[in-house]
Design a protein around this ligand. Structure first.
Ligand SMILES: NC(=O)C1=CN([C@@H]2O[C@H](COP(=O)(O)OP(=O)(O)OC[C@H]3O[C@@H](n4cnc5c(N)ncnc54)[C@H](OP(=O)(O)O)[C@@H]3O)[C@@H](O)[C@H]2O)C=CC1
Ligand SMILES: CC(C)=CCC[C@@H](C)[C@H]1CC[C@H]2C3=C(CC[C@]12C)[C@@]1(C)CCC(=O)[C@@H](C)[C@@H]1CC3
Length: 334
């Protein structure tokens, strides 16, 4: 039986490159692109089919920042498929981002310049907003909408005979100090992106603890710095034009400047080829690119305590109960 693969945020950037690469790895995969914008999704599907005319590619409308949309998409997916082998939790936002040029310039002359340029530590702040569900938008999009999707799709994901794998797109911008258990939606701070990506790392660790015995595994990837709509949104386009030659030079100092969506998807494609049971729950898998453009995957231990992951997981379950009750939706699908 050909594997069924669902990719959220497949309409552009890393998600779209991932779909192309998955079909190149195995033209038989049954790909489902879960996207909020059906026009963009249809265009992506057409590009995939142009390269692989016999491929099985379907679309499902999914806006991870709307719980109603997540519930609707989950029941549609359950209607279409009997199981899911890989669920790529890739959709994400980094809205209204400001760069601290003061921190950038002083950082460039410090001993931590390479670290700063690969993690953006101390460089970025975001203005977040509230969704129609009453949740912080970055938290709901990057983490919670995906968490509800997983919980709703449990019957398709949990099978002892054939394990399934969740693959979260995290970031090297994920930072413990940006996250707080008492304000896990990051309503009070200005680093909602860092916080949400640290939250995905915690969620992945806790999901492994709770679901491995049911045949469901979870992993985290870091694509590196990739030029996509998300990054282009940070600075005006003329700035990026000026910076591009410098970015290629930075590649000589760090492997994390993967730059193209194709390179950024390296760790996701690598995970697709691994046995879920063989992966380490506490590792993060990084896409890396050499100055000459050669790709590889490197693993690094996450800065996560299992106890914190468990407390956070319990908080997510409480929030799930609360929001589903508000929507009059059952906790898990029939
Ligand atoms: N670019 C980078 O350097 C890095 C990116 N990442 C992560 O990679 C992931 C992909 O981002 P990237 O490819 O760079 O950026 P893009 O903006 O190109 O892609 C983001 C994707 O997520 C989708 N999306 C956004 N919000 C929602 C929503 N509410 N519901 C459904 N889909 C949504 C977008 O849809 P639409 O096409 O409709 O906008 C798009 O397909 C993100 O999680 C990002 O945080 C991590 C590290 C580095
Ligand atoms: C390259 C030079 C000299 C200047 C660019 C400054 C910043 C705009 C740039 C430096 C580090 C970058 C970075 C990201 C965005 C752009 C920078 C802040 C990310 C935050 C993009 C999204 C991610 O998830 C991170 C992994 C990136 C980390 C590095």
């Amino acid at each position: 039986m050909q594997p069924v693969v669902l990719v959220t945020g497949a309409s552009s950037g890393i998600g779209s490159a991932l779909c192309k690469r998955l079909l190149r790895e195995d033209a038989g995969v049954r790909l489902c692109l879960a996207c909020r914008n059906m026009q963009k999704a249809t265009a992506t599907k057409a590009v995939l089919l142009a390269a692989h005319p016999a491929a099985q590619v379907t679309l499902v409308r999914l806006d991870v920042s709307s719980l109603e949309s997540v519930l609707r998409a989950a029941s549609e997916i359950q209607r279409r498929f009997q199981r899911l082998d890989y669920l790529f939790l890739n959709a994400g936002i980094m809205p209204n981002t400001h760069v601290s040029f003061k921190a950038l310039i002083s950082g460039l002359f410090s001993g931590r310049a390479v670290h700063m340029l690969s993690t953006a530590e101390g460089l970025l702040t975001q203005e977040d907003c509230i969704t129609a569900d009453g949740l912080q938008a970055v938290f709901e999009t990057n983490l919670f909408g995906h968490f509800i999707l997983i919980r709703q799709l449990e019957p398709l994901l949990c099978c002892l005979e054939k394990p399934s794998l969740l693959i979260w797109t995290s970031s090297s911008n994920a930072r413990k100090s940006a996250f707080s258990l008492t304000d896990y939606q990051h309503s009070k701070g200005k680093e909602s992106y860092s916080s949400s990506k640290y939250a995905t790392d915690l969620a992945s660790v806790a999901l492994n603890k709770h679901f491995n015995k049911q045949g469901l595994y979870s992993s985290v990837v870091c694509p590196g710095l990739v030029m996509t709509n998300l990054t282009y949104g940070i600075l005006p386009s003329f700035f990026w034009k000026l910076l591009m030659p410098i970015m290629w030079i930075i590649r000589f100092f760090t492997k994390t400047y993967t730059l193209t969506p194709y390179n950024g998807a390296e760790a996701q494609v690598w995970l697709f080829k691994q046995k879920p049971e063989s992966l380490d729950a506490l590792m993060k898998y990084h896409s890396c690119t050499s100055p000459m453009g050669k790709n590889c995957v490197e693993s690094q231990k996450m800065d996560v305590e299992e106890e914190t992951a468990e407390i956070f997981y319990q908080k997510l379950l409480e929030l799930e109960k609360h929001v589903l009750a508000k929507l009059n939706a059952p906790l898990s699908p029939k």
